[in-house]
Design a protein around this ligand. Structure first.
Ligand code: MRU
Length: 347
């Protein structure tokens, strides 16, 4: 089992593992202000949908805990303003808005003192973190029922311990299975342009003793054709009510390839990532990031003509018809997704 922790929230203090520094160095940074947490999320020091939600909740608490304010309506107003600001850090992962809304709702109708309100926010942030840990563990157990010892598994981006409070979403069954001697052979797409596969997935899996092979994104078809892949496991940033799922750019291409080769494609989606207010994938807001991530970021010298136009969408949407099953903490969901997701959430 992995011991990697992306977020530490202890004694009301928040530290996050700066993922922009991985795999070269493991550095935790303290978050104390709304600007700190905004920047950490925006710059992907903390990233991955569940981790963003947990970090935002804890970040909201640490940003307001020292407010010198005794008037509860004014305190609540300030909390809402900070929450709104943190919510503008990234647009696609719905966990960000889900967690901030949960924090704000705890103060709806609250009429105690400001210091009591601060304690309520601290407890809620802690609950959000602990619930995410449990959800990841449960997704791992459900996911493992779909896998067999010795399987070849392809994953894209990083939906591991670094992307959640603990264990990860789609890497959770890999950790659980490895602990039971399943001997998986994992292939990690490097995941251009931010290289979450190379820098993060390869790092955390190899650290945990999992057999992992790094490939470029454009090699997925080859390893599938060779028969080395028995299942594709990916995470999700926002799932619409009809089962369309936004995840890291390139995920939909992997899903289409998997269908061609008859390989099951499993999307791991905690219920905090399901957005019933978004009807289909068409309505999911896709983050556009700085073109320099494509033309400059990992090169010693710029590898594109100066001022070349770059299109850099950070996510894409996988049509529900390419998803074999959705794995949530409440169980595995099969098509038809529109009805079955609604039923699952009603459970
Ligand atoms: O841009 P990122 O690194 O935040 O994107 C992360 C992903 O796309 C993950 O696959 C997704 O958030 C699920 S994490 C459990």
């Amino acid at each position: 089992m992995t011991g990697v922790k992306a977020i530490l929230f202890e004694d009301g203090k928040l530290h996050i593992l700066d993922q922009t520094k991985l795999p070269l160095s493991e550095e935790y940074i303290e978050i104390t202000t709304k600007e700190d947490i905004f920047e950490a999320i925006r710059e992907m020091k903390v990233r991955g949908a569940p981790a963003i939600g947990v970090a935002a909740a804890c970040g909201l608490y640490v940003s307001v805990k020292n407010f010198d304010e005794n008037d509860i309506p004014r305190f609540k107003q300030k909390v809402r303003a900070v929450s709104k600001y943190i919510g503008t850090s990234r647009p696609t992962a719905v966990n960000l808005f889900w967690a901030l809304r949960r924090m704000e709702e705890r103060l709806t109708g609250f009429s105690g003192s400001v210091s009591e309100a601060k304690a309520v926010l601290k407890t809620e942030a802690q609950d959000i973190k602990e619930e995410d840990e449990q959800a990841c563990l449960d997704m791992g157990k459900h996911g493992l029922t779909l896998l067999r010892p010795g399987m070849g598994i392809l994953t894209h981006c990083n939906a591991g311990a670094l992307a959640a409070a603990r264990y990860g979403t789609c890497l959770s069954p890999i950790y659980l299975g490895t602990g039971q001697g399943y001997d998986f052979k994992v292939f990690a797409d490097e995941t251009r342009p931010a290289l979450q596969g190379a820098r993060l997935t390869a790092w955390e899996l190899s650290k945990a003793g999992v057999d992992v092979t790094l490939i470029c994104d454009n090699m997925a078809s080859v390893v599938m054709k060779k028969g080395w892949i028995d299942a594709v496991l990916v995470g999700c940033d926002r799932m619409a009510a009809n089962g369309d799922g936004a995840n890291k750019i390139g995920t939909s291409a992997v899903a289409i390839l998997a269908k061609e080769y008859g390989i099951p494609f499993y999307m791991f989606v905690p219920t905090s990532t399901i957005d019933m207010e978004t009807e289909t994938g068409e309505n999911i807001s896709i983050e556009l990031r700085d073109g320099k991530e494509v033309s400059h970021m990992w090169y010693e010298k710029p590898m594109a003509p100066e001022n070349i136009k770059v299109y850099n969408p950070s996510f894409d949407v996988t049509d529900n018809r390419y998803i074999t099953a959705i794995i949530t903490e409440k169980g595995v969901v099969y098509p038809p997704y529109k009805d079955n997701i609604r039923r699952l959430l009603e459970k």
